[in-house]
Design a protein around this ligand. Structure first.
Ligand SMILES: Nc1ncnc2c1ncn2[C@@H]1O[C@H](COP(=O)(O)OP(=O)(O)OP(=O)(O)O)[C@@H](O)[C@H]1O
Length: 863
């Protein structure tokens, strides 16, 4: 902590206003509230009771701390089991810092499970409920002005009274073409979905309320059907005005893409025309689009350019239980929109496993509709005894299903790319030679960094029998939790759930964000099971005991906003015009300390000024869908004249896949192949060498096949490199848009010169100057002290540095049983002093070996 305290003056100044602001606002609110309470009817007693219930246990605190992966076991998760006590303590402190809530009249009226709630009158738009985003007078004026314009220009929706004929007519109202036979086939299946029977109720609720909460079992039809109901009911059409869109968010891109494809088929329209999608780095939608599925992050980006989201009449936040960072910010923003666009905007919050009361309370007692029932049953199987090694147990279960169980495809969940690639190889090798017994088996990986075309392969049908009359084949999909929600993969009968996933953990004090393998929540487990039973009956193998499911797993997933570094979120919120971050109406407000750290980081990066406003640099940085440090590195590269190289480094760092392959059987050959690319300064320029060499390969004839062979021969991951190439293209487009890319300058065609390399390292330092460590002990000593938080760390074994430089810049802090810094490069202290004279202001630097060394360098520079 020594170092950081010196660099937070501006953030501290911004933060100093926090308690006063909070006190004032809270007092005002309380006063207003007391007035209102007096005038309320006597029914407040019962409401109070239900509010108390809803205000009860709220989540707080941190994830269980890290453990050795191999030692993990759901039942033995002592840290996890202790979590409730820890949380209770934290809850107490959180309650103290939480703003006072209104008394009974609006929150938690106990509308649980009331399908008949649709007769209730819609709540009045209430300025008390507007999120604090409206505190910024500029934003408020703009919203009100634009809202008035909207009111004047737009008549209300052209709603149709629901009539089955809308979907059963013979002419498609979106294309004016006759419906195909397939449309009617699928319509029969659609009609049997539980959600279909609730269509009238859903439409009535939406018509009468600004916000509706819908909880329906997995596979009941929420994601595919409800947006269609809204389109068919007329929420896109406004007479004489540009049609509106319906937007439906998904936490993951693979779901947004595959669901939109299915819905386009169901509506008998072209995919990408009337029904489309928008995900990071890819969009398939246009001017005719009336229904768009997008990731929550993409919708947030749209809000940055159009805070009123004026293209949309309805937004459905799907899988809200996942509580991703973007979903939580969107919820706050959209709550504001229901106030500023009371007549022409509807919000629907959906999930299979939602803490419904909490959401209802947050949305001022929004009505709740519950949809029970699913398409097909799923049989649940548990272990009798806890597994000692969840990975081995998963492989064993998958192989046993393939050899012993009746036909049907398998979906298994593991925690990350490495595990998944290992699992694919293991299952393939264990099933070798068993084709006669169990039919052909195709094993597919599925994880986020896999290129899209490879992700799509999981939807291919399973292989047929290898000979006439032989056993039908099956596919086995080894996935991370990207396949956990919204996906329907036809043919899946068996789900294997070991009960773990990689989860983000942030320690604001140490300022370190890391991914840890931790037990999933019951909500996640139910989502995983729900991938079966969608197109036929299924079985779910939980590789933990039933007791562990009921007593060890937490009920819901801990919100990401409470366990993440928020610097990117804060930058985006500022871009959205939200300046009063502390009073923003978060569903679960993050700890003030986390917000402070984020502000401090942005100040250090030059993204915000003393007033807490985005600077010109900050505005440019916020255009990039990458962490602020990387965005700053890219912005700085323009001045340093190394845009093309920095773009390549950024692209290589952005792909989460491992570029270097190291099969156990060929470890020596792989290491020697890696040495060919190794740059003496370390990992960043080594990655640049790899990317340059990849781009040179097959350049003449542009054949991807040549590149694939080259990658194979050099033990490089072809997929990762392809994906880096694509990401580079996207980032380069943003650079161009920001005027940072000199389009006339051709990108380097061969390996860069050493002066270029120095500039590239300088641009990296401009972004990552806070992630630096100083060597401790002698030349051979492997330990380093981090400048930011004085932690003793070692360089990761994968690091390509061949010597022990005094100073290293690192990309990632990794915590296993030891603390490592990963992706490291040697850096000159002069470069650091130039990269951020404010951060490296030695007058404010804490005493110690790092300061002494930097002072020595500064004296040398003066001479
Ligand atoms: N691509 C597809 N192929 C075949 N059937 C599909 C497909 N997509 C959806 N379905 C059918 O539609 C049903 C409803 O799917 P939908 O995704 O709308 O459910 P959901 O309630 O949103 O589920 P979840 O909570 O798991 O996201 C599925 O159970 C399945 O029967």
């Amino acid at each position: 902590m020594e170092a950081t305290a010196q660099h937070s003056d501006t953030a501290a100044a911004i933060a100093a206003q926090v308690p006063q602001q909070r006190d004032k606002a809270d007092k005002k609110k309380e006063k207003k509230q007391r007035k209102k309470d007096k005038s309320k009817s006597s029914s407040s007693q019962s409401r109070k009771a239900s509010r108390n219930k809803q205000d009860g246990p709220e989540e707080s605190g941190e994830l269980p701390s890290d453990r050795d992966q191999s030692e993990q076991d759901v039942r033995q998760s002592q840290e996890h089991a202790q979590a409730p006590a820890k949380r209770a303590a934290e809850r107490k402190s959180k309650k103290e810092r939480k703003r006072p809530k209104s008394s009974g009249q609006s929150r938690g009226d106990g509308m649980m499970g009331t399908d008949s709630d649709d007769s209730r009158t819609p709540p009045e738009p209430n300025s008390r409920n507007a999120p604090q985003l409206l505190n910024s007078s500029e934003t408020r004026d703009r919203l009100q002005r634009e809202s008035k314009d909207n009111d004047a220009a737009l008549p209300r929706f052209c709603l149709k009274k629901y009539d089955e004929g809308t979907v059963q007519g013979h002419i498609n109202f979106l294309t004016s073409e006759p419906y195909s036979d397939r449309y009617f086939d699928i319509l029969e299946t659609r009609k049997s979905l539980p959600v279909f029977a609730k269509r009238r109720k859903i439409l009535k609720l939406v018509a009468n309320h600004s916000v509706t909460v819908i909880v329906g079992e997995t596979g009941s039809g929420k994601t595919t059907q409800i947006p269609q109901f809204l389109v068919e009911a007329g929420y896109c059409s406004v007479p004489g005005a540009k049609p509106y869109m319906i937007g439906c968010t998904q936490p993951r891109r693979v779901a947004a893409m595959s669901v939109s494809k299915r819905v386009a088929e169901e509506m008998d329209v072209a995919w990408g025309k009337q029904v489309g999608y928008s995900v990071r780095f890819e969009k398939k939608a246009g001017s005719e689009t009336v229904l768009k599925y997008c990731t929550d992050g993409m919708l947030l980006r749209e809000a940055m350019t159009d805070p009123l989201l004026s293209a949309y009449s309805c937004i459905l936040i799907d899988e809200a239980h996942e509580r991703t960072l973007s979903t939580d910010i969107l919820l706050g923003l959209l709550k504001g929109l229901t106030v500023s666009r009371p007549h022409d905007f509807k919000l629907i919050v959906m999930s299979a496993t939602l803490d419904a009361q909490k959401f209802q309370g947050y949305f001022d007692n929004a009505p709740l509709l519950q949809v029970s029932g699913r398409m097909f049953p799923v049989e649940m199987m548990y272990l009798q005894q806890p597994a000692t090694d969840y990975f081995e147990e998963t492989i064993r279960t998958a192989v046993t299903i393939c050899t012993n169980e009746p036909p049907g495809d398998v979906l298994l969940f593991l925690t990350g790319e490495d595990e998944i690639e290992d699992a694919v190889a293991r299952i393939e090798s264990e099933l070798e030679g068993t084709e006669d017994m169990c039919g052909p088996v195709t094993v597919y990986p599925l994880y986020a960094s896999l290129p899209q075309y490879e992700q799509q392969r999981v939807f291919d049908p399973a292989p047929g029998p290898s000979k006439p009359g032989g056993r039908p084949g099956r596919k086995v999909i080894c996935a991370t939790n990207i396949a956990e929600s919204s996906l329907t993969i036809d043919g899946i009968v068996y789900v294997i759930d070991p009960g773990f996933s990689k989860q983000k953990l942030y320690e604001p004090r140490a300022r370190s964000e890391s991914l840890q393998v931790a037990p999933i929540s019951r909500a996640s487990a139910n989502q995983r099971a729900g991938r079966a039973g969608r197109t036929r009956p299924g079985k779910c193998f939980r590789l933990y005991t039933e007791l562990a499911f009921n007593t060890v797993l937490e009920e819901t997933t801990f919100p990401e906003i409470l366990r993440s570094n928020l610097s990117m979120v804060v930058m985006h919120m500022l871009k959205l015009g939200i300046r009063d971050l502390v009073h923003f109406d978060f569903l679960d407000p993050p700890a003030p300390e986390t917000l402070l750290r984020a502000l401090e980081e942005l100040v250090n990066l030059g993204a915000i000024n003393e007033e807490g406003e985005l600077t010109r640099t900050g505005h440019m940085m916020s255009e990039f869908p990458v962490e602020p440090e990387m965005a700053k590195m890219l912005v700085a590269s323009s001045e340093l004249g190394c845009v093309h190289e920095s773009l390549s480094v950024a692209a290589m760092l952005s792909t989460s896949g491992n570029v270097f392959l190291r099969p156990k059987k060929a470890a020596k050959a792989a290491d020697s192949a890696k040495r060919k690319f190794t740059h003496s300064s370390g990992d960043h320029l080594t990655l640049l060498n790899v990317f340059h060499a990849y781009k040179q390969t097959g350049k003449e004839n542009g054949k991807e096949k040549d590149r694939a062979t080259w990658c194979w021969e050099n033990y490089l991951n072809h997929r990762t490199l392809k994906s880096a190439d694509m990401v580079r293209g996207q980032l380069s487009g943003i650079m161009q848009k920001c005027g940072l890319l000199d389009v006339d300058r051709t990108p380097p065609t061969s390996q860069s010169t050493s002066s270029h390399f120095r500039r590239v390292l300088a641009s990296i330092a401009c972004g990552y100057f806070m992630r630096v460590a100083f060597r401790q002990g002698g030349n051979k000593d492997a330990s380093y002290l981090t400048v930011m938080d004085h932690q003793l760390v070692g360089t990761h074994p994968s690091c390509t540095l061949t010597h022990r430089p005094d100073w290293v810049l690192y990309q990632e802090f990794v915590r296993t049983d030891k603390r490592f810094i990963r992706t490291c490069s040697a850096i000159e202290p002069d470069v650091l002093l130039d990269a951020s004279p404010e951060y490296y202001n030695l007058d404010l630097f804490p005493e110690g070996s790092i300061k002494n060394e930097l002072q020595r360098v500064a004296r040398r520079r003066k001479k």
